[in-house]
Write a protein that binds this ligand. Structure first.
Ligand SMILES: Cc1cc2nc3c(=O)[nH]c(=O)nc-3n(C[C@H](O)[C@H](O)[C@H](O)COP(=O)(O)OP(=O)(O)OC[C@H]3O[C@@H](n4cnc5c(N)ncnc54)[C@H](O)[C@@H]3O)c2cc1C
Length: 401
């Protein structure tokens, strides 16, 4: 398929537009993506039909190989699909951790049998995955993890505890880091997969300050992982984990996708809450300057992310540079949340009640959840360490992930 603009791409655009027009239910136009939180909420018939259509087409993961059900498109064609979805007011119903981090990692490190088994259900949006990495004593220093997997012949028996496991209460499967050799640190870790629907797995949701419970404590008591679901070599899981984290960081901020650009623009909000001067500009000159600076940085971030994606074409995927992008992107997200509250003033501080609009109630929750962006996927300080060590070549003074 053609990679650049021109006739081929325009023909493909016409094809994509026609397919979306024929398959995207009109009732969903402009609606938020119900799959984004991986909640196994009961979908409407139209939501289900749209997930199935996109899943069968493979366009939810447009650049994944067609051999496993993916779209098999070039990056340029994938961008066209996204543009045409935007144009039609349609969301991509295929997402979650399977798409963002586990799938790309398995495509790189899995056996043919593992790919055939696990990739197609991700492509069709049928299976929700969760990430069993962090433990109470192993966050930034992830390689200190203690959850043990013991070889029982045809399977591994797993005992231990994970924490902050996002979406564990909705997940069907877990990709998990386990200790298979206690005499070594990084070289004693393996990467295994197992179903969450088994007696040895217990999940306890943890309430978050933002009001919901997006993550859990997850306990394993004689849980079972089949031998065929060991990814990579025994005790070779650390390399795979690092790769997966690069995909996670890249997915969190890739092309500005995670930058919370939904809802009204900050400029529109400011005009309403702060007012305008006689020239129609936002009345507060200092706020105006900061909004413009954020907008410029946001645009530059998006352009850089797209350029990085184009440059990575033909390479093996994301690199340590994702740590730079994660820090830059999360800083922008947090700035936008801060400014939203500042613009709304005391109306942006409501938690409940009829005195506040849904947008105002959402703003304070968004601001609180925004704090998590500089923690998950590896904290801001840890990303700075990675940049120092792996990109700037400064002396290695830490053992962080
Ligand atoms: C909303 C949310 C969702 C999450 N989802 C998941 C999930 O699905 N699966 C999963 O496995 N984990 C998940 N996490 C966990 C996340 O990856 C960890 O919180 C993160 O890696 C930090 O680890 P920690 O919380 O143990 O903090 P710690 O490692 O204890 O760090 C505490 C503080 O010390 C700093 N610090 C630590 N080491 C260094 C160092 N070497 N140099 C400088 N500063 C340092 C950190 O930056 C941080 O500010 C989630 C976290 C959040 C907030």
């Amino acid at each position: 398929m053609a990679d650049f603009g021109g006739t081929d791409l325009e023909a493909f655009r016409a094809e994509a537009r026609a397919w979306i027009e024929a398959n995207f239910p009109a009732s969903l136009k402009g609606k938020p993506n119900p799959m984004i939180r991986e909640e196994r909420a009961t979908p409407s018939a139209d939501q289900e039909a749209w997930r199935k259509a996109m899943g069968d087409k493979g366009w939810g993961v447009p650049t994944w190989p067609a051999a496993y059900g993916g779209g098999g498109l070039s990056p340029a064609e994938a961008r066209v699909v996204q543009q045409e979805l935007n144009r039609a007011g349609a969301y991509n119903p295929i997402g979650g951790m399977g798409v963002m981090m586990f799938g790309p990692t398995l495509l790189e490190y899995g056996t043919e049998a593992q790919k055939q088994e696990h990739i197609p259900p991700i492509v069709r949006g049928e299976i929700a995955w969760c990430q069993g990495f962090s433990e109470p004593g192993a966050g930034s220093d992830l390689a200190s993890l203690q959850t043990k997997a013991v070889d029982k012949g045809d399977h591994f028996e797993i005992n231990g505890q994970k924490i902050w496991t996002s979406g564990a209460q909705y997940a069907d499967w877990c990709f998990c880091l386990v200790r298979t050799d206690s005499t070594k640190k990084h070289e004693g870790i393996s990467f295994v997969l197992f179903t969450m629907h088994q007696p040895g797995v217990e999940v306890r949701p943890i309430p978050l300050i933002a009001g919901s419970s997006p993550f859990c404590e997850t306990f394993f008591t004689d849980a079972r992982a089949e031998k065929k679901d060991l990814v990579g070599p025994l005790n070779g899981g650390w390399t795979i984990a690092k790769r997966l984290l690069q995909h996670e960081r890249s997915g969190l901020t890739g092309a500005g996708g995670g930058l919370g650009s939904g809802g009204r623009s900050l400029e529109d909000l400011a005009k309403e809450y702060v007012g305008v001067d006689e020239q129609g500009r936002i009345a507060d000159a200092d706020l105006r300057t900061r909004l413009v600076a954020n907008a410029i940085n946001f645009r530059a971030f998006q352009q850089t992310a797209v350029r990085a994606m184009m440059e990575a074409k033909g390479n093996a995927g994301p690199s340590s540079a994702t740590s730079i992008m994660k820090n830059a992107g999360t800083q922008l997200i947090q700035e936008r949340h801060e400014m939203t509250l500042e613009i709304m003033g005391h109306q942006g501080l409501g938690w409940e009640g009829e005195d506040f609009t849904a947008e105002e109630l959402g703003a304070v929750r968004g601001w609180l959840f925004g704090k998590a962006f500089t923690i998950f996927g590896g904290s801001q300080e840890v990303q700075s360490n990675i940049v120092s060590k792996r990109i700037l070549g400064l002396p290695d003074l830490t053992q962080s992930k």
